[in-house]
Design a protein around this ligand. Structure first.
Ligand code: IPE
Ligand code: IPE
Ligand code: MG
Length: 262
């Protein structure tokens, strides 16, 4: 049972343990997507170079992956590098890629132990060959796992993904009448996956920054001021508890509470 898996992992009497008891395990978000933001600000607060914030952010990634897998979330998508992030200084981009490679190498055992399947979304083909190799190794090692799917969004752009999907439809010679929302979804990187139910953004920014633009149509958005390197299991559990209190209407009306005695 998911609660037991979480309790076996978080410290007894911790805030995370208390929050884990508040979660309704029958109504978990199927897909949790996270815009991991605030690494630079975390470093600046400590008068450290930005890269130290990215380094510290790895611990938060570990926590998020493990807690979601233990909860029983079906899909976790982490936004690690956007197409627009190439605008950053070369030295920062280089170090981000090094951290990614190191993460993949060191965390493969954790992914295997938790039965997690790794999947890359984004223009992976434009990444450096050594990064692509590490990603391919991680994806193939975990391909047979049947537990949580872990999408890592790399060189990702929501608009580019939509344009690529449209190009694929045209290249396949699809007739206009044959293209509908379900078929179009099937041409995206996330084909076959449920849309995100919960979108988390850390460090307080109220924007989606080109992330999963098609897929988040009806996602519940939860923004926290916590900076990504400080984000831990308890913050994720807090987001899930808040999500479960939301009233999702999809444009319809709130269901009437069942009348007593009927
Ligand atoms: C998020 O932290 C990590 C990436 C975008 C790769 P930032 O580096 O954007 O941190 P801030 O927003 O400058 O604080
Ligand atoms: C979004 O964060 C991209 C990732 C988390 C990878 P940014 O820091 O790049 O977004 P903006 O620039 O604040 O919109
Ligand atoms: Mg940022």
């Amino acid at each position: 049972m998911s609660l037991e898996k979480i309790l076996a992992w978080v410290p007894d009497g911790s805030a995370a343990a208390a929050l884990a008891r508040q979660v309704d395990y029958l109504r978990l978000p199927g897909h949790v997507a996270v815009i991991m933001d605030g690494n630079g600000r975390w470093a600046a607060q400590r008068r450290l170079p930005r890269i130290e914030g990215h380094r510290a952010g790895i611990d938060a990634v570990r926590d998020a992956v493990e807690v979601c897998a233990r909860l029983g979330v079906e899909v976790l998508t982490l936004y690690a590098f956007s197409v627009e992030n190439w605008k950053r200084p070369r030295s920062e981009v280089r170090l981000l890629m090094e951290l990614l490679k190191r993460y993949l190498r060191l965390e493969l055992d954790t992914l295997m132990r938790n039965d997690i399947r790794l999947h890359v979304i984004g223009r992976a083909g434009e990444l450096a060959p050594d990064v692509r190799e590490e990603l391919a190794a991680g994806c193939s090692r975990t391909a047979g796992n049947g537990g949580m799917r872990f999408n890592i969004a790399l060189n990702y752009s929501g608009r580019a993904e939509i344009v690529e999907a449209a190009r694929r439809a045209l290249a396949a010679g699809m007739a206009p009448r044959d293209l509908d929302e379900a078929r179009f979804s099937g041409l995206l990187y996330t084909a076959g996956q449920p849309d995100p139910d919960l979108l988390i953004r850390t460090s307080g920014e109220m924007r989606v920054s080109n992330f999963l633009l098609w897929q988040i149509a009806y996602a519940e958005i939860w923004v926290t001021d916590t900076l990504w390197p400080d984000f831990r299991a308890r913050h994720l559990l807090e987001a899930i508890v808040a999500y479960q209190k939301r009233d999702r209407r999809y444009g319809g009306l709130k269901p009437e509470p069942a009348a007593v005695g009927q």
